[in-house]
Design a protein around this ligand. Structure first.
Ligand code: ZN
Length: 145
């Protein structure tokens, strides 16, 4: 008995179906053959956001940030460290609210950095303000238990 986990490729947005027990085994995309997980956050635009939010079984943890935001820059290495710990159970992604203003507006992001956790197209939780890697991991895991 094995469950199949559906997930979007971070490179080409193809939807892959990976047996649950293989998810931690460096799975590769069936279309572009690149790794489905790199141990670091991926940058999303409007198109890839839809694939990862609505067509993936994995919880999607998004860091809404902007290049001019000091606390966002401080948090970036912590978010990257959290990705190494939370993958492959979760997908970590960044949305540059300056480059993707529609996404920031759609989710009414009023302060950055804001972390938002999505699953199955629904927002489960969000948290504003810079966090350390250990706090990001604990918070995200606490929302998906
Ligand atoms: Zn791919």
């Amino acid at each position: 008995m094995s469950s199949v986990v559906q997930m979007a490729c971070p490179h080409c947005n193809a939807i892959n179906r990976v047996p649950g027990e293989r998810a931690g085994d460096a799975p590769k995309c069936g279309r572009c053959h690149r790794p489905l997980f790199a141990g670091k956050p991926i940058a999303l635009d409007a198109t890839s956001f839809e694939a990862h939010m609505n067509r993936s079984d994995l919880p999607l943890l998004v860091d809404f940030w902007a290049p001019w935001c000091g606390p966002c820059k401080m948090m970036a290495p912590h978010f990257e460290a959290a990705a190494a710990q939370l993958e492959p159970a979760m997908r970590l992604a960044k949305v540059d609210t300056e480059a993707q203003p529609d996404l920031g507006a759609r989710f009414a992001i009023r302060s950055i950095p804001t972390l938002a956790l999505f699953k199955g197209g629904r927002e489960l939780a969000r948290m504003s303000g810079a966090m350390h890697a250990a706090d990001i991991v604990r918070w995200a895991q606490g929302q998906t238990r």
